[in-house]
Ligand binder design. Structure first.
Ligand code: I3S
Length: 123
């Protein structure tokens, strides 16, 4: 149905552990502090959960929820010495670094997030 909300991810990706550091909040720089998070992608959001048990619970939990509409995703080699780092900048000016040592896992998530950014931005 045209215009109906869908929560099916374009690419089914959920519940993988990655490292995440939020480096700015609404345009304000924050101290980099890496943490391990369970990462879930939906049709228009990316969620970072500290606790696997919280995946699938209603919003309002402790997850970091990024709206991907209007976001930008780019590989980044400057802001960390770690490998396979990409940065997501949301339309509200928050910046997140995401990283995992596995090249293929990082590429898979990068590609899926990019697709989701593109599709949710043109809607
Ligand atoms: O950009 P920085 O300051 O080199 O980032 C490092 C810091 O976040 C560091 O925390 P402390 O400032 O508490 O030492 C982290 O432990 C490092 O992992 C950060 O560097 P990398 O290159 O891992 O992002």
């Amino acid at each position: 149905v045209a215009g109906a909300a869908t929560f099916e991810p374009l690419v089914d990706l959920k519940g993988e552990i990655m490292n995440m550091a939020k480096i700015s909040e609404s345009g304000k720089k924050q101290r980099k502090n890496w943490s391990s998070v369970w990462t879930v992608l939906t049709s228009d959001q990316l969620m970072f959960y500290k606790d696997k048990q919280e995946i699938g619970l209603k919003p309002g939990g402790k997850a970091d929820v990024l709206q991907l509409c209007g976001a930008v995703i780019e590989w980044n080699t400057e802001k960390s010495s770690r490998k396979n780092v990409f940065q997501i900048t949301t339309s509200t000016g928050s910046e997140y670094l995401v990283q995992t040592d596995s090249n293929s896992t990082a590429s898979k998530w990068y590609d899926a997030i990019k697709k989701t950014v593109d599709s949710s931005t043109k809607e």
